[in-house]
Design a protein around this ligand. Structure first.
Ligand SMILES: [Zn+2]
Ligand SMILES: [Zn+2]
Length: 350
């Protein structure tokens, strides 16, 4: 509402409709102008006549330009972010800060894994509720590449991430149930079921089996496979010597493991976990012969295909079998994965 200091009193129609004769007073009907003294406004000094005075009506309500903004919510878990200026809630912030992946990919994985009822993130592979805090907990929340070398991330338990290793997701979903069925029911493991397309070929046999295992004057049968080929070996044939070479302290255990794993008709060795004949010609194949500590920390070893050895990681044989069965039953029948089957804790990270 705007009033002017030089305002008029009375309506303009009254002023215009009145004739000069009707006027009892020369002033009547004429606009009443409040004047101040010369050089001053109507109300005296300090109020120039032309200056508008703005008087707000009594019932005026001052309204902000925009509606008050809704509280900012964490894009991952949709909970209100407690502090202005933060992009994510404290929990999601801590998770994102701890990993070195593209933030948008981590957020997408967290959104996919979030369980609103539990207010927690679930493992993509096993469906279990994941924890933070203790990094050596097998069910510590980590990010895992859905397929190696591809951008997509999923949220998963640390132990599952370690087991999946360099497998493609499709391969992982095939070998785990097949391995579990072999362990539980004795059904054969099909060596050609997957190609291990991302197998890293990290290892390579050293060129020579080493002096300690070779160079006997008279050829004798190999102590492991009884093969007499390759004269000049001290205890073992060239193949067996190559397989058990390495640190001297473990050689006896390795030789025992090879004897246990020997398949007499073929003179080759079987993986004790999947029953497939391992490849003794190279160390780069997923089917290369590895020695697996049946219980981590103990001396005893068994022959294992390289990929199974990698998948078993730090688990005991019993835990490994239970995890495979748990995953298989979860995928096939939706049976919740029982986290109590894993007691071993991950080795300390360096
Ligand atoms: Zn959040
Ligand atoms: Zn041999």
């Amino acid at each position: 509402m705007v009033l002017f200091a030089s305002t008029t009193c009375g309506s303009s129609s009254e002023a215009q409709g009145a004739t000069a004769g009707e006027r009892s007073s020369p002033r009547r009907g004429r606009p009443k102008v409040v004047r101040g003294r010369k050089g001053q406004g109507a109300w005296g000094k300090g109020f120039p006549q032309s200056k508008p005075i703005i008087i707000p009506p009594a019932n005026i309500q001052f309204v902000a330009d925009e509606e008050p903004a809704a509280p900012h919510r964490c894009p991952a878990c949709k909970k209100p972010v407690p502090e202005p200026g933060l992009k994510y809630c404290h929990r999601c912030n801590e998770i994102i800060d701890s990993a070195k992946y593209v933030v948008a990919l981590m957020i997408a994985a967290l959104i996919e894994a979030y369980d609103e009822k539990k207010d927690a993130f679930r493992c993509f592979h096993s469906g279990v509720v994941l924890h933070r805090g203790d990094q050596n907990d097998p069910f510590y929340l980590v990010f895992d590449h859905f397929n190696p070398d591809e951008p997509r991330l999923v949220v998963c338990a640390a132990v599952i991430n370690k087991m999946k290793g360099d497998l493609m997701n499709d391969e992982w979903r095939i070998v785990v149930p097949m391995l579990s069925d072999h362990m539980e029911k004795g059904s054969p493991f099909d060596q050609n079921c997957v190609k291990f397309v991302k197998w890293p070929e990290r290892w390579e046999f050293p060129p020579s089996p080493g002096r300690a295992l070779m160079a006997a004057p008279v050829p004798r049968p190999c102590r492991i496979c009884k093969d007499q080929r390759g004269p000049g070996r001290k205890r073992y044939c060239e193949r067996c010597a190559r397989l058990i070479q390495g640190r001297a302290e473990g050689r006896t255990e390795k030789a025992v493991a090879l004897v246990e794993a020997l398949d007499w008709p073929t003179r080759k060795f079987r993986c004790v976990h999947c029953g497939v004949l391992v490849d003794d010609t190279t160390s780069k194949s997923p089917w290369s012969a590895n020695f697996d500590h049946i219980t981590p920390g103990e001396k005893r070893v068994v022959v294992s295909a390289a990929w199974v050895n990698q998948m078993k990681s730090y688990l005991t044989a019993g835990e490994f079998r239970a995890v495979l069965l748990g995953l298989t039953n979860y995928w096939r029948y939706g049976v919740p994965f029982d986290t109590s089957v894993v007691k071993s804790r991950a080795p300390l990270r360096r």
